[in-house]
Design a protein around this ligand. Structure first.
Ligand code: HEM
Length: 427
């Protein structure tokens, strides 16, 4: 393994820890789990809060206390594996990514301390309230344009293509500083990272994704170089300034790699969160009407969506030393799967956990943004964007509803969850 490589091939999978319960039959890629993970995740937790899933080669934690303990103890539970492909890559994809200039380094979610803390302080500055606020006019203007286009098209529309996919990508691209003319190309390149790191793509799909990743990395490098010449009011310019004022503390390669990593981080999870928000609100007409007349309810409604139907239902870690979790002795080198779908519906934390309730006082106790030193840097950003969008949609299309009888499908992957298509109609 090369130190701090952005994506690592998974090392050989060790056997289950001695004495650990094993669930032969379960995988997060099972069709029934993809369609509705919640009852299955609750059943798993009831049976064994910690177990080994041979299909994945991961130890699975289902209980909030164990998940939080793993997030909090970053020395024992390293995050270096969070961007790695879950399954071995085919040789063609490996060959493409072996290009000598494909050299992004781990900078944020997958970088261990103390470097992670050093780099995060620079990136965190870029996520200041001021910068997030400067994006508000853009998010509003673009939301209205996309709704205008939906109205021009006429009811019904497929909402992801019309709204939920373009908006978050374009917003994070403006945040980073990418030029608007490159949006379509960038969206194409970023989309398939989800399949690469969290899905089970075929060898042919892996080849195509690997080519896109290489093209995207080369684009990020050229973009960073051009920003160096022409700064703007954007994150990339701030990071270049930071590098130039202390090149030994933030390297140029780290700046390029932050640009590479952030565009994915800010993209599909927000698309899915916007869709999951509509999936929760639109069928509950009384709640939709309540939110429409009282926008002050929107922030807590979004916390409840993040708990009840999150766009991220797992994350990963790997143990660096022998430890004990939930009474199971776990050796160093064990890959760990943190099951948010289970923890976010725990009856000892939320009353009636399977009920969607926008008035819950502790809705925001969910684990969907992680915890500890790697806590999602974009959490405020994602919530702010989804809030604005929800308010605008509720105001402009109060009669919006889900098209009856549609079957929802979910892209097969272990972590991100949102429908692949969402058909909506209005009067
Ligand atoms: C609904 C949307 C989102 C969800 C559910 C989500 C979830 C997460 C989770 C679970 C983590 C790992 C936390 C941990 O390991 O403790 C994370 C990390 C991160 N997220 Fe998000 N995220 C979302 C949106 C965003 C956005 C919009 C951005 C940026 C524009 C972003 C940037 C990041 C970054 C940079 C990290 C790594 C932080 C670090 O390692 O210090 N995320 N996110």
């Amino acid at each position: 393994m090369t130190a701090n490589k952005y994506h690592q091939e998974r090392a050989e999978i060790p056997p289950p820890p001695a004495g650990c319960p094993v669930h032969e039959g379960w995988s997060p890629l099972d069709d029934d789990y993809l369609a509705d993970p919640y009852p299955i995740a609750a059943g798993l937790r009831d049976e064994h809060s910690v177990f080994y899933a041979p299909e994945l080669g991961y130890l699975v934690l289902t209980d909030m206390a164990d998940i939080e303990a793993a997030f909090t103890d970053h020395e024992t539970f390293a995050s270096v594996n969070v961007q790695d492909p879950v399954f071995p890559l085919a040789s063609e994809a490996q060959a493409i990514l072996a290009a000598p200039d494909f050299n992004p380094v781990a900078v944020m979610s997958n970088r261990p301390e103390p470097d992670h803390g050093r780099i995060r302080q620079y990136t965190r500055r870029g996520f200041s309230n001021r910068r997030i606020k400067t994006l508000e006019p853009y998010i509003r203007r673009r939301s209205h344009q996309l709704i205008d286009a939906m109205i021009d098209h006429g009811s019904p529309v497929e909402f992801i293509e019309s709204f939920a996919f373009p908006l978050p990508g374009e917003t994070v691209f403006r945040f980073i500083g990418f030029p608007e003319g490159d949006d379509e190309m960038l969206k194409g390149w970023c989309g398939d990272r989800r399949a690469f790191s969290w899905g089970k793509p075929t060898p042919a799909e892996q080849t195509e994704i690997a080519e896109h990743m290489l093209a995207y990395w080369r684009y990020c490098r050229e973009f960073t170089a051009s920003k160096r010449e022409h700064r703007g009011d954007d994150l990339a310019s701030e990071l270049i300034d930071a590098h130039e004022s202390d090149p030994d503390d933030l390297s140029y390669r780290e700046v390029e790699s932050i640009v590479y990593g952030l565009s994915f981080a800010g993209h599909e999870a927000v698309t899915a969160l916007i869709c999951n928000t509509l999936l929760c609100l639109l069928p509950r007409r009384d709640i939709w009407a309540e939110v429409g007349t009282n926008p002050a309810l929107v922030p807590n409604a979004i916390e409840e969506v993040l708990r009840f139907n999150s766009s991220q239902i797992s994350w990963r870690r790997i143990t660096t030393r022998d430890t004990v979790i939930g009474g199971v002795e776990v050796p160093a080198g064990t890959a760990v799967f943190l099951n948010f779908a289970s923890a976010n519906r725990q009856g000892d934390i939320w009353e009636n956990p399977d009920r969607f309730d926008i008035h819950r006082p502790n809705a925001n106790r969910h684990i969907s943004f992680g915890k500890g030193v790697h806590y999602c840097l974009g959490a405020k950003f994602a919530k702010f964007e989804t809030q604005i969008v929800t308010e605008i949609i509720a105001e402009r299309l109060p009669s919006l509803r889900l098209v009856d009888g549609q079957d929802l499908h979910y892209f097969p992957n272990i972590t991100f969850r949102g429908p692949t298509e969402l058909h909506v109609a209005w009067d």
